[in-house]
Design a protein around this ligand. Structure first.
Ligand code: SF4
Length: 154
């Protein structure tokens, strides 16, 4: 066993080792109020394809650069996501990984307190009809999220 493998196997299991419960109800609460949605270039093309829009037009209308990254614009009145309409996501099939990956974010999975804080916003966390996600499933989701985040700064 390599030194690295040994170190990893000696790490204590995460606090969510027995799994977590979640099911998105589509309530739209995570898309309301200010909170940045970061995305990479491929995701911008995906949205343009879905909306059958020219990419430069889409960027002008709905996307901006902040902190060296691409981000969806927010409604200036209330901070809601630009693509939220009547509590529904209008680009659902092409929504960025950040949206798809919630609540499997490093910040949400940091500890039980962070998970409970997210639960105050998201009714899908520990919902009565929620699915059980095993540790392996959570780690797969977390990996996808981390891979996607590497492409934010381009
Ligand atoms: S707040 Fe939770 S349940 Fe509601 S739309 Fe967002 S992820 Fe789904």
């Amino acid at each position: 066993m390599s030194k690295k493998q040994k170190t990893e196997s000696q790490q204590p299991p995460p606090w969510y080792a027995s799994g977590l419960k979640f099911k998105c109800t589509g309530c739209g609460a995570c898309c309301t109020g200010s909170g940045r949605v970061w995305l990479n270039e491929q995701e911008i093309y995906n949205i343009a394809d879905l909306l059958k829009q020219d990419v430069s037009h889409l960027v002008e209308e709905a996307i901006e650069r902040r902190e060296g990254r691409w981000t969806l614009k927010e409604n200036p009145q209330n901070g809601d996501c630009y693509f939220l309409s009547e509590q529904r996501c209008t680009i659902y099939q092409a929504r960025p990984q950040q949206c798809q990956g919630f609540p499997w974010w490093p910040s949400t999975l940091k500890d039980q307190v962070s998970w409970d804080e997210a639960k105050r916003v998201c009714e899908g966390i520990d919902h009565l009809d929620a699915e059980h996600f095993s540790l392996n499933q959570i780690n797969e989701q977390l990996k996808l999220e981390l891979e996607s985040r590497k492409l934010w700064k381009r």
